[in-house]
Design a protein around this ligand. Structure first.
Ligand SMILES: Cc1cc2nc3c(=O)[nH]c(=O)nc-3n(C[C@H](O)[C@H](O)[C@H](O)COP(=O)(O)OP(=O)(O)OC[C@H]3O[C@@H](n4cnc5c(N)ncnc54)[C@H](O)[C@@H]3O)c2cc1C
Length: 427
């Protein structure tokens, strides 16, 4: 069940107007229908419309209501697993395509923003993966060496370099990848929606698809007020996946990730934290990620309560941590706190399924969808158009229900608790 209210996020307050798309009314036809108005759905709609396709997108609330309008704004390269592991798992052809595609996704995203002139505070100042202890430091070094062997623009940072780049001496090492960066995610999502609409896509807000079934050789998508009959359908509902397609909800775990934001920091304080404005995520048991935004606020994200929240009071785990990294933050006001759902898959990989003729599903970004979902839009659009000249860059798999899915909230709580304990005790 989707919550009805948008989160009271900093992004909502600063995105300006836009995102008020009308509800679907009456019976319509389209060649391709898309369910979900986040990066995946909107980027696909944009690329389809640009290719001259007749496409209608249905979003339960408004574009950017899901994770795409709430996330950490980190545009990060790569998948969860190292390139060698991906190539070993998927073989030299598909594995190499997966590596190339996922590491090129930030460039794709920044190029798209530039091409469409989307005003979303986009900056390509790099991503740092930061290690606090020896074990993650070893893992970060391994990743960096595998990336460097493939000619990627990465470097290993020692403790001194990490202190210079982050403004804290907490980290023993890290990896810098020049392709990463950040953006204002809601401005970006609304920019994508506007561009898709300008290119000819029909976008409907407040249009939750409540049933999807075969009728007269086509797919019929019904909302409370109308319907779309389409030849092909893309389901792009990620962490907000409901019961629309049988078994899809049970193939994912919709874990909440939370972000706390400070008031704009005084210039000398802001200048001492991430002075070159890369984004950082920690390589630990429970990931903490942060950046300084274009207005000099610190935005720090990580795991939080497994329920919707509307301010930073429920996020002491993050707000107490920040002054440990930068003591100058003691007494700083945390003005906003919000969260949203990321879709975690059992194998921690993105899932693309084609369970029936004309149905394409793309979900499970595992908290790394800003760049990947943007880039997936172009290849999903190609697949929906039936263009198979370029091999698809991700595996197309059978949908699998996670065993004991019913008990995921307990499992997640236990994992968070044990991760925090491990982080605290340096395990
Ligand atoms: C707090 C947070 C921080 C994050 N930080 C980062 C980060 O820094 N970097 C990064 O790469 N990734 C991050 N992510 C993940 C990233 O935001 C997602 O991977 C990405 O936005 C997924 O996009 P999407 O379009 O697939 O899904 P979403 O943006 O979640 O969109 C799915 C949409 O489907 C709609 N929907 C659901 N059911 C229906 C229905 N029946 N009918 C119509 N519409 C429906 C929902 O309303 C929703 O808007 C973060 C996520 C969260 C929540």
């Amino acid at each position: 069940m989707l919550e009805s209210e948008p989160p009271r996020s900093l992004y909502r307050e600063t995105a300006g107007d836009g995102g008020d798309y009308p509800a679907l009314a009456g019976a319509r036809r389209a060649r391709i229908a898309i369910v979900g108005g986040g990066f995946t759905g909107l980027s696909t709609a944009l690329h389809l419309a640009e290719a001259g396709e007749d496409v209608a997108l249905l979003e339960a609330r408004q574009p950017g209501w899901g994770a795409s309008g709430r996330n950490g704004g980190q545009v990060n390269p790569g998948l969860k697993y190292d390139p060698d592991a991906i190539e070993a798992l998927f073989g030299p052809d598909l594995g190499t395509r997966m590596v190339d595609f996922s590491y090129a996704a930030p460039d794709f995203t920044f190029d798209l923003i530039k091409r469409l002139s989307i005003d979303c505070d986009a900056r390509q100042n790099g991503t740092i993966r930061a290690a606090i202890r020896q074990k993650p430091a070893g893992a970060v070094r391994t990743t960096a060496m595998q990336c460097a062997r493939r000619g990627m623009p990465v470097s290993i940072l020692d403790a001194k370099a990490m202190a210079a780049r982050t403004g804290t001496d907490r980290y023993i090492s890290g990896m810098f990848d020049a392709r990463g960066g950040d953006l204002h995610p809601l401005k970006y999502t609304l920019g994508l929606a506007g561009a898709a609409q300008n290119a000819g896509a029909r976008i409907f807000g407040d249009s939750e698809v409540v049933s999807l079934r075969r009728e007269d050789g086509r797919w019929l998508l019904e909302t409370g007020n109308g319907s779309v009959s389409a030849e092909k359908v893309l389901i792009a509902t990620n962490g907000y996946t409901d019961t629309l397609w049988p078994g899809l909800e049970q193939s994912l775990v919709p874990v909440f990730s939370a972000i706390a934001a400070t008031e704009p920091l005084p210039s000398p304080v802001a200048a001492a934290i991430l002075p070159e404005r890369p984004v950082v995520y920690e390589a630990g048991n429970i990931t903490v990620y942060y950046r300084i935004d274009a207005q000099n606020r610190l935005l720090m994200g990580g795991r939080g309560p497994m329920r919707p929240i509307g301010d930073a009071s429920a996020m002491a785990y993050l707000t107490d941590y920040a002054p440990q990294l930068w003591p100058a933050l003691a007494g700083t006001r945390w003005t906003h706190g919000w969260n949203g759902r990321v879709a975690i898959t059992e194998d921690h990989l993105l899932h693309v399924h084609e369970p029936q003729d004309g149905i394409l599903i793309c979900v499970g970004y595992n908290g790394r969808g800003v760049a990947m979902a943007s880039a997936m839009g172009s290849v999903l659009a190609r697949r929906l158009r039936g263009d198979e000249t370029t091999p698809f860059p991700m595996p197309i798999s059978q949908m699998k229900r996670i065993r004991f899915h019913r008990f995921w909230p307990l499992g997640v709580r236990a994992a968070i608790l044990s991760g925090r304990l491990k982080d605290r005790f340096g395990l």
